[in-house]
Design a protein around this ligand. Structure first.
Ligand code: GDP
Ligand code: MN
Length: 376
């Protein structure tokens, strides 16, 4: 789950990290009155769940209230990387001397959080990471101890933070780590972290991405969740208790068990195809869950064929067959279905499906090859 900049900044602020004064605005008039209340100049900032707003024209400096109004009307309704701007954040402009990058995320290779700091902040940190990785200093806190003061100071020295700001940046890095750990974040980032002309520090931007699996213990932040159009199906699946991840291919996949679904993704890839999703109905799925799963996969317009791969253990082949038949009864699916059914009650399931408009194959690889062929 992603937070908007203004929401993330509120979290940073309550952790003691300095942020500019700002106000959300939903209309050009609100932006103009926010500008007057905050004091000019201000920056008018699009609030969308995507980075790179600056380059896309979603961040504009205004020296007068009228300018704030006209920037607001230019940005509201704008399309930034496929997302429509519906909210703005108006902020007192910073007096920038230098822009740093500070971020905390998970380092899967080291199996630890990593705190990253760079004096080449502001621009795309991914580009810096690719072209000049040595320009990003890193520290790996022990999650049981947190990010300790000496580690934070060492990070600032490694990153060549100017001496006058070292203590301040170290303090902010420790606070950001506390936000990361305390909110169950997958990413907590301040880019840019401004060094202002007077030497003071200010979080210019804030990104906070929370782990959906931990939202149950982040009740206050979970309330901020906005379900985008492209995430509706994922939400519906979550409510039904199975995992569904949308990918960008054209073969819809349903399986029981994460391992089997991953194996099925590989089988589709080996057959020269591309999976449209990852859908795991889990163990012991009953008719209604199978029906819901199939409906969700078919609701994705990119799907050109569906591959159902069931290896019955707790899951029973006849229940799966009944779920599929329930969908076929309501309407004829717009794309071909391919099924591989084996294990518990597979025989009974195949009997139930006899005569139904779908293709049955004995092995996963044969079924995958057929699904890929039919998608083309
Ligand atoms: P992003 O492009 O989505 O990451 O949005 P940011 O909030 O990081 O803003 C992008 C760029 O806009 C920053 O790197 C700054 O150069 C500029 N910017 C943001 N806030 C201010 C500000 O208060 N004053 C000035 N002059 N520039 C700003
Ligand atoms: Mn940024």
């Amino acid at each position: 789950m992603k937070l908007h900049e203004f929401q993330a900044k509120a979290v940073l602020s309550s952790a003691g990290i300095p942020i500019p004064d700002g106000r959300p605005a939903l209309s050009p008039d609100e932006a103009a009155s926010a500008a007057i209340a905050l004091g000019l100049p201000v920056v008018v900032k699009a609030q969308v769940h995507v980075g790179g707003r600056g380059k896309a024209g979603g961040i504009k400096l205004a020296k007068t209230a009228d300018e704030a109004r006209s920037h607001a009307s230019a940005i509201l309704g704008k399309d930034i990387k496929g997302l429509r701007v519906e909210k703005l954040y108006v902020e007192r402009a910073a007096r920038i001397a230098k822009e740093l990058y500070l971020g905390v995320t998970l380092d899967r290779d080291r199996r630890r959080p990593v705190v990253m700091l760079s004096t080449v902040g502001g621009m795309e940190i991914e580009e810096v990471a690719a072209s000049d990785p040595e320009k990003i200093a890193r520290g790996w806190p022990n999650p049981l101890l947190g990010f300790l003061p000496f580690e934070a100071r060492a990070l600032c020295v490694d990153a060549d933070v100017p001496a006058a700001q070292r203590a301040g940046v170290a303090e902010i890095a420790m606070k950001l780590y506390r936000v990361y750990a305390g909110t169950d974040a997958m990413l907590a980032e301040i880019n840019p972290l401004f060094i202002q002309e007077d030497g003071s520090l200010l979080a210019g931007d804030a990104k906070l991405e929370l782990d959906d699996n931990a939202l149950y213990r982040q009740a206050d932040l979970a309330k901020l969740k906005e379900v985008g159009k492209d995430e509706e199906a994922e939400e519906r699946a979550r409510a039904l208790g199975f995992s569904y991840v949308q990918l960008d291919g054209d073969v819809g996949i349903i399986g029981n068990g994460a391992g089997l679904v991953m194996g099925t993704l590989d089988a589709v890839r080996n057959a020269g195809g591309h999976a449209a999703n990852f859908l795991d109905v889990g163990g012991g799925a009953r008719e209604s869950v199978v029906k819901a799963a199939l409906e969700i996969v078919l609701s994705n317009p990119r799907v050109k064929s569906v591959l159902i791969n069931i290896f019955g253990g707790i899951t029973r082949g006849d229940e799966v067959a009944k779920g599929i038949l329930a969908v076929l009864r309501d309407s004829k699916p717009r794309v071909p279905l391919v099924i591989r059914l084996s294990g518990t009650e597979a025989e009974a399931g195949r009997k139930l499906l006899e005569g139904a408009p779908l293709v049955s194959r004995a092995t996963m690889d044969e079924a995958a090859a057929e699904a890929v062929r039919l998608a083309k």
